[in-house]
Design a protein around this ligand. Structure first.
Ligand SMILES: Nc1ncnc2c1ncn2[C@@H]1O[C@H](COP(=O)(O)OP(=O)(O)OP(=O)(O)O)[C@@H](O)[C@H]1O
Length: 282
């Protein structure tokens, strides 16, 4: 695996975590093969190792089929690794748990519940006392900018708003890590970048550790403190990229990010990686 610190010496690479702190999430030589009845097993990923640190936004990027979702689903505990291990806060991941909250691409609100009730739902299952449930829900609904819609049913909301409900609901359960699988993939271009900017605000305000899957290069560079670029057949971490041109800052607006020296170089580099991966396919 290569490691690159874009446009800066390693000593100037920006970090949003304490350098000596133990990793929040650790994947150690993780492999996964799927059994195919009456066919050859599919080795989806092999020997995937990387760390994600507290309060870091780590992006899994790569071409279709490189195993991004498989990695995320294993962190969620929805799939078991065939080899290797995954650890959160030093504890081995063995199955799903609320400490690993997942936001999917498809809208996952309950249509028969209001926004407030949707956000309270997980806490209700966890028997969080009523007042605390209400306060926490209000806090996260405000964080995603939906206070005016707390009493509204999801069918009256736009796609972006529904996805904001899903984010608020997941955060209200106070997960140790927020997992997102192409969370803005179903949104139109404008709503998508608005959501990316909102995501930056949320990450800053909620101090969350995030692992997000995307195949959108611009989205990856905008969101990431660290990018794990994956190649395929089987899926591996091909290159770990620290977008050091951001100098450890989270940039709130996309035009500011795109205007920074170093942005174009990194985008070009990742485009070349994507092209190489495509070439391997032909
Ligand atoms: N349940 C399954 N059974 C068999 N093969 C699977 C299963 N899930 C994933 N795979 C295979 O594992 C490989 C990685 O798939 P995965 O969905 O993780 O990739 P991805 O990078 O997330 O792709 P995309 O960007 O298209 O969503 C693919 O070859 C896929 O066909």
């Amino acid at each position: 695996m290569n490691r690159s610190v874009n446009n800066a010496s390693p000593s100037t690479a920006g970090q949003n975590y304490a350098a000596n702190a133990p990793p929040k999430l650790r994947l150690k030589e993780v492999g996964k093969s799927f059994h195919v009845p009456r066919g050859e097993d599919i080795q989806a990923i092999a020997n995937v190792s990387f760390d994600t640190h507290e309060n870091e936004v780590c992006v899994l990027l790569g071409p279709s089929g490189c195993g991004k979702s498989t990695v995320l689903r294993m962190v969620a505990g929805l799939e078991q690794p065939t080899t290797g291990e995954l650890m959160l806060d030093g504890e081995r991941i063995t199955g799903p748990a609320q400490e690993r909250g997942m936001v999917f691409q498809a809208y996952t609100s309950f249509d028969w519940l209001t926004v407030q009730q949707n956000v309270e739902y997980g806490m209700r299952l966890n028997r969080v006392p009523k007042q605390e449930r209400r306060d926490r829900a209000e806090h996260f609904i405000e964080l995603v900018g939906l206070s005016r819609f707390a009493g509204t049913y999801p069918r009256h909301l736009s796609g972006g708003m529904k996805q904001r409900v899903a984010i608020a609901r997941t955060l209200a359960n106070e997960p140790a890590i927020l997992l997102m699988d192409e969370p803005f993939g179903a949104l139109d271009a404008q709503t998508r970048w608005q959501m990316q900017e909102l995501m930056m605000e949320i990450v800053e305000a909620a101090n969350t550790t995030v692992l997000v899957v995307t195949h959108d290069i611009e989205e990856a560079i905008f969101l990431a403190d660290r990018i794990e670029f994956m190649s395929r057949h089987p899926g591996r971490v091909h290159e770990e990229i620290i977008p050091a041109f951001k100098q450890g800052q989270r940039i709130g607006q996309k035009e500011d990010l795109i205007g920074l020296p170093g942005y174009g170089d990194l985008e070009r580099h990742i485009l070349q990686l994507m092209r190489e991966q495509g070439r391997d396919e032909t």
